[in-house]
Write a protein that binds this ligand. Sequence first.
Ligand code: FES
Length: 105
Amino acid sequence: PRVIYIDAQGGEFEADVAVGQNLMEGAVDHMIDGILGECGGVMSCATCHCYVDPAWVSKIPPASEMEEDMLDMVIDPESNSRLSCQIDMTEELDGIVVRLPKSQF
Ligand code: FES
């Protein structure tokens, strides 16, 4: 399935992300700038912050309490902010659009 990552400058990158991988891994594997994933996906770094396109928000499971706590620490949080390491790819998410923040720091 495909993921469309859009960076803060509007650049669009389409990546094929395997089912079972999460969107942080998908970005890192395709060397997409804007997602760092420093902690490797264990919810301790928040450098995988992204904004899920509003059309897709309802199609992914809601954030856990721990994820919400981490999202309190990111720069420029929005109501559609998520940690991309907590979004697992599924066939249903083919074509999901996520936007990347200006900076992960
Ligand atoms: Fe560290 Fe997502 S990769 S919180």
